[in-house]
Write a protein that binds this ligand. Sequence first.
Ligand SMILES: *Cc1c(COP(=O)(O)O)cnc(C)c1O
Length: 368
Amino acid sequence: MQFPYRSEFEHEEPYGAPQLAVDVRLNTNENPYPPSALVREAMERAAGEALRDLNRYPDRDFAELRKKISAYLAQESGVAPSPNQIWAANGSNEIMAQLLTAFAGPGRKVMTFVPSYSMYSEYARNTFSQFVAGARGDDFRLDLARAQADIERERPAIIFLASPNNPTGTALDFQELRAILHIAAQVEPQGAPGARSLVVVDEAYAEFRREGVPSALELLEEYPHLVVTRTMSKAFAAAGLRLGYAVADPRLIVQLNVVRLPYHLSSLTQAVACAALDHAADLQANVAQLRADRDALVDELRNRGFEVLQSDANFICFGRFSDRHREWERVLAQGVLIRETGPAEFLRVTVGTTPENRAFLDALGYRC
Ligand SMILES: *Cc1c(COP(=O)(O)O)cnc(C)c1O
């Protein structure tokens, strides 16, 4: 018997990096330092409280969580969005899926500039939107003239920009971001007469950016068609929690609210996320260390003869390899799992603990 599976999904594979049981896992950009005993206790208390009311549905509007996200952003970036500018879901991946449900779909286009996060094309597929991949420059940075031509020709409903970009690690500067926002503000998307293209800046790795690199949050006031997404999966050391959030114009948040599933954020998720935000500094205690270790790892890889892309994230894209799969396997055989992703001749490694970084360098060796 054949199931009525949609033709769009035929021969498609589920997304995901290999989850292999090796000692050193540097392939999914997690923070390698688990929560401290103090934070775990606070989370346990919060979860325990939430369990008392487990017979009830959670707060649909997650009011407490919104307030805490706002306070966290004020301290992290100097921008304090009001709670009605904030949206949260089970990972920023769910937010992006909701964004496409609300703003893309059949007859509309979703665009990004590759190489970038490979999930964007999957959300497009899942919402029957047309995915358009614009090209980057030779250094994998945005090529603004080309981007402008691509956007004006394709007229996408949504433009995704990851900053810092995954898998290359490079952040956008304000000039680039403003240029894209200005271009998008002039474009009437295909399938949405009278509207303007949305620009979604995916800041999953924002907390790892180098000193002086701005956050797109600072531009929200000026550009109503800007959406900034963030996550607790990376710097926040809470990938297991599944909590992502977006900041945008309050009217857009109201529209997102329409397409969410009922009670999409469980009371346990909300309680533990609130406890995590109360202890943001503790959870991110190792971020400064990770940034310093990243910079040191970049230098070391360059010393060893590799080509390394500038990183504002907690991972590094390096090459070049004529056969990167063989290189990936060679490193894996020594107990270190990295990621086979990004530009054709490159591999990506997550910055781990000091011993993990050492194990990676030992396994990798020198570029001959
Ligand atoms: C890891 C990552 C995310 C985070 O996804 P979550 O669903 O929040 O875990 C989002 N965007 C990019 C580019 C990422 O690399």
